[in-house]
Structures are given as structure tokens and as C-alpha cells.
Design a protein around this ligand. Sequence first.
Ligand code: AMP
Length: 426
Amino acid sequence: MRKPKFQVPTGMHDILPKDQPYFDKVYDVVSKIVDSYGFSKIVPPVLEQAELFSKGIGLATDIVEKEMYTLKTKGGNVLAMRPEFTAGIVRAYIEHGMFNQPQPLKLFSFGPVFRAERPQAGRYRQFHQFDLEVFGEASPAVDAQIMQICYNILQELKIKDVIIEINSIGDSQCRPYYKKLLVNYLRSHQTALCADCKRRLRKNPLRILDCKEEKCQRVKASAPQIIDHLCQECNNHFKEVLEFLDALDLPYRLNPCLVRGLDYYTKTVFEIFKEGPAGESQVALLGGGRLDNLVRLLGGKETPVCGVAGGVERIVGLMKAKKIKLPVIAPAQIFLAQIGISAKRKSLGLFEDFRKAGIKVVESFGRDSLKAQLGRAQKLGVKYTLILGQKEVIEGTVIIRDMEKGRQKSIKLDRLVREIKRKLKT
Ligand code: AMP
């Protein structure tokens, strides 16, 4: 087959009708669960000022440095297609004075995000995230509860054997000191780092802890760990988060190398993975943490925030790989066949009557021969076909054909919907 002239852009994908039920299921589960925890939905626009992300996420992060889709408006503004939800939600929180509402304020969103990443398995340039943010509550209980919500969502979607990897990256009190220690250590091992990490050493040294290159893994194995250098407040916070996780019986593992790479995180950072056989490369399903500086950084009042983002494509990928069954949408049981123009006109109205009565009907307005229409009805496996010809229109009747028994009977049009309802019930 010849390649079509137009194809989906690299790294992007169509969600075909056969896959849509998975996305709908994730949305249903997320929205139902977060509703029970008191979250309200917010939908920020896809485009934001690019500066919102460079300021919030950080200039020296991969997302801002190389992955943002930006465009210049005719008026000279630089906008970016959101690479994540958090910064936009925080912008909206400040802009609409939501800090005046009772706190904690819990917001969630769901939709596409865009990152010009190198496409590979589980990594797209347009993908979907759900995002939860809790504003105005500094307690470590919130960090744990967000992880509990994520865990519940995955359980409800039948994704078992998940593990939370967790770390604390401190705050503006203790992180600068740790950063210095780390940089000193890494400088003395600079030649053993990959090219990217040599660059990161100047711009974003914490990110080196995240690097998956084998040579960097060897260097970081003996690097100082932030956990040993947290200030009292961060240390207490982290300890309490872990105690809450224990109390909730959530599966977690400390990962001293988890840094999440973005500037806005403080204290808790975590990612949730599906546990696989040892050695199998893992991709994160969800990632989040505390962002206590972000509201102030974006021009608002000091407000603690804790949030998480989940990757919908990755969750759907697992659901499909696990052959997780979804409720099948019941197919239509009624086929509406028509012969002649006046019958076709009448059929359109009848179709509406059935729709209002909540009965699914299929039709084939493009076919005029009864044989072809009955053939299609047979293929679809409907229970009854309604046949409407010139004679029926004049008499105000319609023929109901029982497809299994091959029997037909005529019935008055004004009794049709009621009769079909009765037949479908029995
Ligand atoms: P992040 O904030 O980058 O950790 O993203 C949160 C979640 O979104 C991740 O845990 C992934 O499940 C998902 N995700 C991130 N980047 C991509 C991508 N390029 N393609 C598909 N899913 C992604």
C-alpha cells in the first residue's frame, strides 16, 4: 500500500475508536476517585506564556531547554503549548484569587500535554496527563494522601504490583549546601560522566543523579546523598511522610537518586512504577511531589502545594498489555430500514423518537434496496428490523421483523417505541 500523503506528526498519535474506551475508563476512574477526596476540575488553556514555564519549571531543565513547542504571536508574545499542567494551574490559582477560598484547595485536570522529546516506546510528543494539585496545606499527611489517591486509581484500573519510589530534595535552606557538596564530588569525577552530564554539571547538577547512562550510574553510586544533609524541618517532614505511608500500608522504596529534575520541587518527590521482572527497564506511570515555592515564584503569596501528574498513555499501555477487560458498550438491537423518499423522511423523525427514548438504533440512509438493508441488519446481529415503505407511511404503520425467527408484523407508528421497549425488555 502506498504511503498516504499526510501522516500523523512524528511522536504524536491518533487515539482510535478501539482505544478510546481505555482513555474514557482512566478519566472516569480518576474523576470519580478525586471527587471523593474533594477535588474540583480546572481546565487551563493549552497555550500559556512561555515564560510561565521557564520561570516555574526552570530554564535549565530538559523540558524548557529543548522540549517546549513555542510560537510567536503576531503581537510578538511568545506562547508555549503546555508541557505539563502544574504551572498553568498555579497561574490560574493566583490570577483568580483562589487563595481567598477556603484552603486546602484541591484542583485536578486532565488533557493533552506537549513535549518535543525523542520518540520511543512510551514516550510521545503529545500525550495525556491527569494532574492533581493541593494548595494551602503544608502537612506531610497531604503528600501521603496524594500517593494514596494515585495508588487507589491504579488499583481501580487493575494495575497491580506498583511501587512508589520516594526521596526528599530538601528546600532552599538545605539544598544549596548539598548542591555544593554534590558538585565538588562530581567535579572530581567529571571525566567519567557522559557528555550530557558534563553540561548538567554547570547548569543542573542534581539532574545528574537521574541520568540512566551506565558510566554516570557508577559515579553516582558513591555520591553524597541529600537524605544525609536535610535540614531539621525537611528531615522531620520526610520522616513523617514515610510514617504516614507505613500507616497506610503503601508499598514504597527510598530512592536517593530521585530528583525529578524540575526547579520547583521542594522536600518530597516521588514516582510510581509498575514493578517488573528484575532488570526490566521501567517507565514511570506517575510523578509528583511538593512545590512549596512555586506560587511565590510565579508572583503569588507563599503557599504550600503538593501535586502529581499521571501519564495516561502509559497507564493505557499497561491496561492493554494486561488485557484488562472493559465493559462492552451494548450494540444497537434495532435496525431501521426504509424504502423510498417519503419513508426516508419519516425515518429521520423515528430515529429521533428512539434516541429520546434511550434506544439505540442503526440505519442505513444511503441504501435504498430492502435486500441490502436486511443484509446489513443481519451482519450487525440486531434483534429487530423496522421496515418502513411507501405503503406504511400512508397507513401510519411500520413492519417489525424479528431477525432470528424471520417473522414480521405490522404495527401502528404511534405504538412503535412502546412496543419495541417492551420487546427488548423480555
Ligand atoms: P513527569 O512530570 O515528566 O514525570 O510526567 C508525569 C508522567 O507523565 C510520567 O510519569 C509519565 O507517565 C508521563 N509522561 C511523561 N513524559 C511522557 C512522554 N513523553 N510520553 C508519554 N508519557 C509521558
